[in-house]
Design a protein around this ligand. Structure first.
Ligand code: 3HC
Length: 286
């Protein structure tokens, strides 16, 4: 099956890897903004090189995975059977991009969005065909869950197809009726937001908060390190959607979250968030 992943940010790269490392999938990674193709190739290779260095995969296997990926512009959607839009979490940007995708996609192509909080019905409002939410989790090549989100016009057949594809690439699909943040982000992003507020109030240090949640709640990583991994700009965008959709003050973004995004301290992707990162994405001990 030919897949096009549109958008080459953190999630787009991970989703590309998730498909390319599965049997029977070839991926066109469609770059719609940002740095050039060589830079994207280097970012795709980074986690694979780490796996080679750890002897988890061979160099041949890495070459095989990379060989199934074509980095291209949006025209890479033309030949795809499945298109996963994975661009910036912004309603207008997604609406515009999905319109472009629909115009060039094959009539029978399945169009999905990896939106992390927006309404599938709303982002597809300008389209003539139905789309579906196919929501991956970071790091997408590793995390098992895919939330499958039907919008108002999504057909049952599309839901079943996306569930089957998810299973085929080793994921576990969970169907979720659309609502701001779906299930995981509705619960997880407010936790990160609260952790930021707790830090702002001076209750504990960054390391203290993360250690507390790792050892006290058995989370694989602390909420501040997780915010850095997801991207603090993405966390802010999700909080804003949940806040505006529900008008519930419990979803109001923390002031410090907003400030960090304004300062360009976005987490791993910018090299600095609550922690500082080296080129391998590892925390530089402070
Ligand atoms: N590709 C391939 N493998 C990868 C990888 C990648 N991009 N990133 C990590 N891995 C692999 C590592 O190679 C390693 O494999 P190994 O055990 O076979 O050697 C394994 O994952 C574990 O990685 P590390 O040893 O580097 O580090 P950890 O053991 O701490 O695990 C983690 C990393 C999987 C990220 C773990 O800390 C974790 O599960 N954290 C929570 C992640 C989470 O909650 N994600 C959801 C975020 S919400 C979201 O994404 C929604 C969106 O809409 C915002």
């Amino acid at each position: 099956m030919k897949v096009a992943v549109v958008g080459s940010g953190v999630m787009g790269l991970g989703i590309t890897q998730a498909f390319a490392q599965s049997e029977g999938y070839e991926v066109n990674l469609c770059v719609v903004s940002g740095k050039g193709f060589d830079h994207k190739r280097a970012l795709l290779e980074k986690p694979l090189k780490r796996q080679v260095a750890k002897e988890k995969i061979t160099q041949e296997r890495m070459d095989e995975i990379m060989g199934k990926i074509t980095i291209c512009d949006i025209s890479g959607c033309k030949e795809a059977d499945l298109i996963v839009e994975s661009a910036i979490e912004n309603l207008q940007a997604k609406e515009k991009l999905l319109k472009e995708i629909e115009e060039i996609a094959k009539p029978d192509a399945l169009i999905a969005s990896n939106t992390s909080s927006l309404s599938i019905t709303e982002i597809s409002g300008e389209l003539t065909r139905p789309i579906i939410g196919m929501h991956f989790f970071n790091p997408a090549a590793v995390m098992k869950l895919v939330e499958v989100i039907p919008g108002m016009t999504t057909t049952r057949e599309m839901v079943e197809t996306v569930k089957k594809i998810s299973e085929d690439i080793g994921k576990v699909p969970v169907e979720v009726i659309e609502g701001p943040g779906f299930v995981v982000n509705r619960l997880l992003i407010p936790l990160i937001n609260d952790a930021i507020q707790i830090f702002e109030e001076g209750l504990a240090s960054v390391e203290g908060i993360d250690t507390a949640m790792k050892l006290g709640a058995n989370h694989p990583m602390g909420p501040l390190a997780l915010g850095d991994l997801i991207g603090l700009d993405v966390c802010l965008a999700i909080m804003e959607v949940m806040y505006h959709e529900t008008l519930d003050p419990k979803y109001r973004p923390a002031r410090l979250l907003r400030k960090m995004v304004r300062a360009g301290r976005l987490g791993q992707k910018s090299g600095k968030g609550f922690y500082e990162y080296n080129e391998l994405g590892r925390i530089i001990p402070g």
